[in-house]
Each structure stands twice: as structure tokens, then as C-alpha cells.
Design a protein around this ligand. Structure first.
Ligand code: SAM
Length: 447
């Protein structure tokens, strides 16, 4: 029997939000496994499973496979994501005009679940900055964004404070705030032991600070989506009241089908609409989401005119990467592909924040030959045709960096190995031997 913290149960009972007995019962069951398909990659292998109602391309799995032994997981063909949090897709589509090219900030982005989701729904000429403040969490975020494979998704490593100066820059800001984590009790029981009312209070203070730091970076009429995985009002509806009060923001009410089991709540002071997810009411873990429009009318967006186009001709790279609407940038010896329309932004952002990943890293150029990077192989923009389909055993050996004999018919030179027609990485085949260019730090370690 899982015992949820008494103070939390008491609060939920007092607020009369949910039947706490049913909620406790739901905690006796296992957490649910769900995945979201990368819509620009190649697999349909989950399409016979039940669909997550509020997200396109998302499915519940009957059990939890060992994902690290699936080459398609390494290829970024899908992302393992908690189902409730995929509601962001539904909310985003209602609040944001997706036919426009927009700039989005995912402020608390690691490990990248919400960012990969947003990358899938924004236009090709939109820009997503996925930020993470904690240094050790940036590498997994950057890896996940690399595997998702879009050149318009960049990664940064900054404290929310550093965004204050990007005044009126973003059209949409997501704050998936660090929280007390009660919504994830079923996924990780350790959260139960760590939960205290005092920590809820500390989290609420931090959430307010984060919002104060980042709100200046949202354009007038821009959209803020605030999320937590906490059940506590102090971190949820009370923060919504702060948002309306402090930032002249207007709450946005969403149209949500009643049979989905999502609870609509209203904040006490400012009557902001919010959406709550409880594991006893739907197939998913605890989650909270609320949307706002910033009502400021002063728009002094930064004037971006920095970029001097280099004269270097990179057309020869067309063999490797689809260059439509993209420009190649050279930094020292490394080449990146990024959307044409963000060259000024690239310099503006480089001056103001610490960018870790910008566009798709193509590789090093030596004369007109490319020493390609893994980033390019798994990019949805990759145009390289010299590919070779391998079996599951060969793919796993490749990903473990274990030697195996390549079949005779494998082409020579730089080759991208594919599994299920999905790129998994580079090899260089010299005929009598071959080299495995799968990045050492990403290899499968558990045999
Ligand atoms: N959005 C992520 C996803 O969907 O995969 C999950 C984000 S998690 C709920 C909250 C994130 O906020 C964590 O990555 C954590 O490192 C980060 N964080 C912790 N303290 C923070 C702070 N003071 N300011 C901003 N972010 C912080």
C-alpha cells in the first residue's frame, strides 16, 4: 500500500478537487508507459496500440520494453513521454497560430519531452530554444534534441534571469516548472519520502521567481503556458493568480472534451482556468497546465540586424543535407545548417545567452569533403543517399560498438546504417575493414 503524504491528502480533501480514496487506490497500480512518434521520421510500429486522446502520434504501451535495446529509440524515431504531459500539444494548438513562424522558449526543458513535442508541431521556419539551467541536465537535453533532428531547435544553458534582457522576444514561453513532484509518486516512490509541505512552499517561491525573470522576454499578446507535475494548489492555481496579477496576463480557457477525465479548476482570486490530471481519472500521471496571454501593449521588440552573409559557397553540401530555406554557418572548422530566417537571431542570441546547440551540426569540411557528424545522420534534413539497411542484431552491435562483419553488398566510403529505414549512424567502409562512427558516449552499455 502506498501512503500518500497526510498533509497533501488533507489539502486535496479540503479543496474538494478529487476523490482522495480513489486517488490512493490508483497509486496501487503501475505507472502507464506511453510514447510519441517523431512525425518526420519513419516508424509506425506502435500504430496498433491505444491512442493518447489529446496528442497526435502518441500511444499507450501495454508494458514497458527495454527501450535502450531498440535501435529506433536511439534513432529518435519516438520519445518515451508521460501521457498527461502530452496535453501540452492540445493546449498549444488552441492558443497558438501554428501557420505563423514563431519563436518559442521552453525555459525548463531537460530532458526534452515537451521540447520534442513542440518541435513536432511548429512550422519549419519557427524557432524553438530549449533551455536548461542545471549543467548536468543539459547534455541529455541536447542529445534528445539532436535525435529529434530539427535544425530549428536550439539548446541553451542559462539561469532564467539571463532571459530578462531578451525583452519582448518570444511569441510563446513554456514554463514546465521544477516542483514538489507529487504527480509523479506512482512513477517514482522516492518522491513520497521527499515530499514536505515546507518544500511545496519553497517550490512555489521559486516558481514565482522564475516567472518574474522570464516574463519580460514574452511579446505583448504572447502566450505563456505554465505547467507542473504537482497536486498542490500553492504551486498551481495560486501561481496562476500571481501570473494574472503581476504580469497583466489574461487567462485562456480551453475547449476540452469532458470524457477525457481532465478536471478544469478555477483559481481563487483571479478566476484563471487551469487543467488538472489525476491518475484515478484518466490514463496518465499527475499534471497541471494553464495558459495565459500577456496583455502589455508596449512592443519594443529588439531590432535584429547583425548578420553579414559570408561569401563561402556551401552548395556542394546539398549531397549531405537538404539546404532548402537553410544557410550553412561555419564556426572554426565546424559547419551547421540553420533556417535562413534566424541568422540575425543566431548572432543576437549568441551575444546574450549561452547557446549549446544551434542548428544541425553537419561536420568538418576538408576542401569539399565532409567529415560528417552523428547529428547530421539522425537529422530529418539529412539528404545523404549512400545508406545500408542492417538487421536488428547488426544494429545493436553497431550501437554497442561491437565489431561484426559487414555483408559484401554494403556500399563503400561514408555510409549511413539504417534500421527499419531509419538512420542510426555513420560508418566508413574501406572494403577490407570499416570504422564505426557512432558516438562513444551514446553507445549502449547494458548488454
Ligand atoms: N520540460 C521537461 C520535459 O518535458 O522533459 C521537464 C522539466 S522538469 C519538470 C523541470 C526542469 O526545471 C528540470 O530540468 C530542472 O533541472 C529545471 N530547474 C530546476 N531549478 C530551476 C530553476 N531555478 N530555474 C529554472 N529551471 C530549473
Amino acid at each position: 500500500m502506498i501512503n500518500l503524504p497526510a498533509a497533501l491528502i488533507q489539502e486535496l480533501q479540503n479543496n474538494n478537487i478529487v476523490d482522495v480514496e480513489q486517488l490512493q487506490k490508483a497509486h496501487l497500480e503501475d505507472a502507464i508507459t506511453s510514447v510519441r512518434i517523431n512525425s518526420k521520421k519513419c516508424t509506425l510500429q506502435f500504430s496498433n496500440q491505444a491512442k493518447v486522446p489529446w496528442a497526435d502520434h502518441a500511444f499507450y504501451l501495454a508494458d514497458r520494453p527495454f527501450f535502450a535495446h531498440d535501435p529506433l529509440w536511439h534513432a529518435g524515431a519516438y520519445y518515451v513521454q508521460e501521457a498527461s504531459s502530452m496535453f501540452l500539444e492540445y493546449a498549444f494548438k488552441q492558443c497558438v497560430n501554428l501557420s505563423e513562424d514563431i519563436k518559442v522558449l521552453d525555459l525548463c526543458a531537460a530532458p526534452g519531452g515537451k521540447s520534442t513535442l513542440v518541435a513536432d508541431i511548429i512550422s519549419e521556419n519557427s524557432l524553438l530554444i530549449s533551455n536548461e539551467v542545471i549543467g548536468t541536465r543539459v547534455a541529455p537535453l541536447a542529445e534528445n534534441m539532436m535525435k529529434w533532428g530539427r535544425c530549428n531547435t536550439w539548446v541553451s544553458n542559462n539561469d532564467p534571469k539571463q532571459f530578462t534582457k531578451l525583452e519582448n522576444y518570444f511569441d510563446v514561453i513554456l514554463v514546465d516548472a521544477p516542483c514538489s513532484g507529487s504527480g509523479l509518486f506512482r512513477k517514482d516512490e522516492n518522491y513520497i519520502a521527499e515530499w514536505t509541505a515546507a518544500n511545496v512552499h519553497l517550490c512555489a517561491q521559486r516558481q514565482q521567481r522564475i516567472l518574474h525573470d522570464v516574463m519580460p522576454a514574452l511579446k505583448p499578446n504572447g502566450i505563456l503556458i505554465y505547467m507542473t507535475c504537482s497536486f498542490s494548489t500553492a504551486e498551481n492555481e495560486d501561481i496562476c493568480d500571481e501570473i494574472v496579477e503581476q504580469f497583466s496576463a489574461e487567462s485562456i480557457t480551453l475547449e476540452v472534451p469532458t470524457d477525457w477525465g481532465i478536471l478544469k479548476t478555477i483559481s481563487k482570486k483571479k478566476q484563471a482556468s487551469a487543467y488538472r490530471f489525476f491518475p484515478n481519472l484518466l490514463q496518465g500521471e499527475g499534471f497541471f497546465l494553464a495558459c495565459f496571454r500577456k496583455m502589455d501593449d508596449v512592443d519594443n521588440a529588439p531590432d535584429l540586424k547583425y548578420f553579414k552573409k559570408e561569401k563561402t559557397d556551401f552548395n556542394w553540401l546539398g549531397k549531405y543535407v537538404n539546404l532548402n530555406n537553410k544557410t550553412v554557418i561555419q564556426e572554426k572548422e565546424l559547419l551547421f545548417a540553420m533556417p535562413n530566417n534566424y541568422l540575425d537571431d543566431y548572432l543576437y542570441l549568441s551575444k546574450n545567452i549561452k547557446l549549446i546547440r544551434k542548428g544541425t551540426l553537419l561536420g568538418k569540411a576538408i576542401k569539399q569533403e565532409l567529415i560528417p557528424e552523428h547529428d547530421l545522420a539522425v537529422s530529418v534534413h539529412c539528404a545523404y543517399q549512400n545508406t545500408y539497411e542492417v538487421t536488428l542484431t547488426q544494429a545493436l552491435n553497431y550501437l554497442k560498438k561491437i565489431d561484426f562483419t559487414l555483408p559484401e553488398d554494403c556500399p563503400k566510403g561514408w555510409v549511413i546504417l539504417q534500421y527499419n529505414y531509419c538512420n542510426i549512424g555513420w560508418i566508413k567502409n574501406m572494403g577490407n575493414r570499416w570504422n564505426n562512427y557512432f558516438p562513444m558516449h551514446l553507445r549502449i552499455r547494458k548488454m
